[in-house]
Each structure stands twice: as C-alpha cells, then as structure tokens.
Ligand binder design. Structure first.
Ligand SMILES: NC(=O)c1ccc[n+]([C@@H]2O[C@H](COP(=O)([O-])OP(=O)(O)OC[C@H]3O[C@@H](n4cnc5c(N)ncnc54)[C@H](OP(=O)(O)O)[C@@H]3O)[C@@H](O)[C@H]2O)c1
Length: 332
C-alpha cells in the first residue's frame, strides 16, 4: 500500500510503498477513506516529540470502511463505515491516562496510509451526518476539546469562555462544542480574518493576540470570562490570567507558542483560579464526545482537503499556522 512514512528519527518523511497491515486477533483492518493532520505530526517531523521511533506510518486521525475482521472479532463489522479513536490504552483511571497510554501514529503505524489495522475497541460507527472527510477530521481534536471543555473544565451553559488561537483544529471544534453547550464564546487569533470566520460560526467577538496590550483591550470591551481554553502557552501565557473572573478556570492542553510560560502567580492565588491540565481523553470521553457531536449534529471545521501524496508539504505548511481548522487528506 501507499503511505506517508517517517523514515528517520530526524524527521524525514516519504510517500512510499510499504507492506499492507494484517489484522491480528482482536483487530480490524480498515480501508481508509480520509485522514487528518494534527500539530503532533508536525512536531514529530521536527524532532520536537518525545521517544520518536522510525520507520513508522504517521497520522492519528482516520475514517474508512472495515475490510476484514481479525480472529475473535464480529464479522458483521465488515463493510461498516467507521472512525478511529486515536487514544490507545488509556487505562482504568478516568482522571489520568496510565503508563501504557499512546497516541495512534508513532510508535504504532498511523492513518496516513491506504490501510490500517487497529484493535476493534478503537472503532466507532461513523455518525451519519458526517462525510468521511468530516469523520476523519473529528477524533483527536474532538476528543481533546471535549475532555478539556467538559470532563476537565466543567463548562456550564451560560458561562463565558475565551478560546485562544482559534485557527487551531482543537480550538475550532471547541468553539462549536462550547456554543452547542450554551456558553458565550470569545476567541483570540493572530489573524483578523480568522476572528471574522469564528464570529460567522457564532463567536461573540475576538481579539488579535499580536496587538500590543490586547488583553487590556479585551477586558475593557468584554469583561472577565469564566474560563479560558488555551493550547498555546508560551511567553505570553501570563497575559491570560487577568482575563479570568475570580474563582474561574484556565484549561491548558498544548504549547504551540512554547513550553515555558510566565506565570503571574499573584492572580492565580489571590483570585483563587484553577489551572487545569487536559490531554486527549478516555474511552468514555470519546463515547460522550461522539454522542454530543451526534446530538448537536456538529461538524469539524475543515480548512482543506488534499491528496495523501501531498502530505509532506502539508505537514511543513503547519509551521506558519495558516489554516483555520483541520487539514484533511483524501485517500480512497
Ligand atoms: N494535550 C493533548 O492531548 C493535545 C491534543 C491536541 C493538540 N495538542 C496541542 O495543542 C496545540 C494545538 O493543537 P492543534 O492540533 O489544534 O494545532 P493547530 O491546528 O496546528 O493550531 C495551532 C494554532 O495555534 C495558535 N497559536 C500559535 N501561537 C499562538 C499564541 N501565541 N497564542 C495563541 N494561539 C497561538 C494559532 O492560532 P491562530 O492561527 O488563530 O493565531 C494556530 O492556528 C498544539 O501545541 C498541540 O500539540 C495537545
């Protein structure tokens, strides 16, 4: 089969012929219709991810059709349209992943390929309101957004939330989820046109985080928010804390702008803020996320759909964060 393979731990990738996977007992073989990229794929190709192993097929998000059932798997699944939960071996604790937790697509072979074999418990029937491209764009970002907003952040209807870096794949689906839950959503971005797109999707207003003193302007225009959802971190993380009401929450799920932060601790302790971490999600988070997406007929925001052969250049393009939503690849 054709696949996008990480060929060296230095981050080289090649679109090449590789062996078809075979389903082992308890697994299903899926013919992938579409896959989607995540910032993780970019970090891996830049050596910015722990424990990189090669060769390996990249990709955490995918949707397709069950082609074959391995030993012990219900054969009636063959022919079903499914999407894949990329959160592997979460473990038994809902509060935190266990020591065997991994994300699909390095070290396990991932979704940027014509076929993938995964444990049957990782698949879920494709919600009927989603196209295969939309289904492929949902799993990793949808799971991360759902857990961060609801399981960890406990977002309530009528609360207000600021979602930072709205161009991101997690941020765009989080906007739709928070709104569907009845929250008032504000966004930040480096681009005015992304703020406008977010407002078209229902955000109340937005601020450009590249403007000097943007957080002061945000506060005088909108007042405090109950919660912030942030995937950027970095040197300006501390500017977010004064935007949260006393007793509010900051939920952090990523560090696109850098892993080290400035932290104005006075705001944290004096205002009794909760700083909450969130990563991917458990199988029950995934099941709840799918159910929420079906109930509200939510669709992930897709920036573009490209051929799998374009994968390497598309991953490089993530450096400049031009996208609004998910970069999807058509496979079959
Ligand atoms: N913990 C987890 O389980 C988990 C899961 C998924 C992702 N992540 C991490 O979360 C982050 C976002 O992931 P993603 O896949 O959604 O990424 P993405 O689609 O590549 O989006 C990245 C976005 O980050 C925003 N950004 C960059 N610098 C920023 C800054 N200084 N302040 C605010 N926003 C900034 C940009 O938004 P604008 O274009 O609007 O400026 C950009 O579009 C990544 O660091 C990723 O590794 C973690």
């Amino acid at each position: 089969m054709k696949a996008l393979v990480l060929t060296s731990v230095d981050g080289a990738i090649e679109f090449k012929e590789t062996n078809d996977p075979l389903p082992t007992p308890g697994e299903v073989l899926i013919r992938l219709a579409a896959a989607a990229l995540n910032r993780r794929d970019f970090w891996i190709t830049r050596g910015g991810y722990p424990n990189i192993e090669a060769p390996c097929v990249l990709g955490s998000d995918g949707a397709g059709i069950v082609e074959k059932a391995g030993e012990g798997v219900d054969s009636s699944l063959v022919g079903k349209e499914v999407l894949i939960n990329p959160s592997l071996q979460w473990g038994s604790d809902q509060l935190v992943q266990g020591p065997d937790f991994r994300i699909l697509g390095m070290p396990d072979n991932g979704t940027l390929a014509e076929y993938i074999s995964v444990p049957v418990q990782q698949i879920t029937e494709k919600p009927s309101h989603l196209t295969p491209h939309e289904a492929a764009a949902l799993p990793l970002a949808g799971l991360t957004a759902y857990r961060a907003l609801f399981s960890q952040g406990k977002l309530k209807p009528e609360e207000s939330i600021l979602i930072t870096g709205i161009g991101g794949g997690v941020a765009t689906i989080a906007l739709k989820m928070a709104q569907a839950a009845g929250a008032r959503v504000f966004v930040s971005s480096s681009c005015e046109h992304k703020i406008s797109q977010a407002i078209t999707l229902g955000a109340s207003s937005g601020a450009n985080y590249t403007n000097e003193k943007w957080s002061d302007a945000f506060l005088s225009k909108n007042g405090h928010v109950d919660m912030i959802l942030d995937g950027a971190a970095g040197a300006h993380f501390g500017d977010l804390l004064p935007l949260v009401r006393p007793g509010g929450r900051v939920v952090s799920y990523g560090g696109t702008a850098g892993p080290s932060v400035t932290f104005p601790v006075r705001y944290h302790f004096w205002n009794q803020l909760q700083l909450i971490g969130s990563t991917m999600g458990s199988p029950s988070d995934f099941a709840e996320m799918i159910s929420f997406v079906k109930t509200h007929e939510l669709k992930p925001v897709i920036h573009s759909i490209s051929a799998l052969a374009e994968g390497a250049s598309l991953i490089s393009s993530m450096e400049t964060s031009g996208q609004f939503g998910k970069l999807v690849m058509e496979i079959s």
